[in-house]
Ligand binder design. Structure first.
Ligand code: ZN
Length: 116
């Protein structure tokens, strides 16, 4: 985790300081506090930057469509020419089941997939 990458999600100024951690059922999240606007927020960026949002969204979609973790990993590996493990897929599912902004994207991708 590089704190220089952390931008304020409220005002976009990017002048944030760490303000402890909050333990959620999805794991420990870093809390940040913005010096510019005074708002606090929880960092919920994707931890794994090796794979793009499409890979992750599709892996989650495959899983939601009834595939096992292993099948989902294989399907996404084949489609995107990547090498993901079922443990990665599991972690993504756990991460993006959270309160973070990803659920909208996931639902959209899932809808696209179902229509296709
Ligand atoms: Zn701010």
């Amino acid at each position: 985790m590089n704190d220089k990458d952390v931008k304020c999600r409220v005002c976009g100024e990017g002048k944030v300081i760490r303000k402890g951690k909050r333990r959620t059922k999805y794991g420990c999240r870093q809390l940040y506090y913005c010096k510019a606007c005074g708002k606090g927020f929880v960092d919920c960026r994707m931890r794994n930057k090796t794979y793009g949002p499409n890979v992750i969204a599709n892996a989650i979609s495959y899983y939601n469509l009834g595939n096992s973790l292993e099948q989902s990993a294989k399907l996404v590996n084949k489609r995107f020419k990547v090498i993901t493990a079922k443990t990665s897929v599991h972690r993504w599912i756990e991460e993006f089941r959270s309160i973070c902004t990803y659920s909208k994207l996931r639902n959209r991708v899932l809808m696209d997939y179902i229509r296709a």
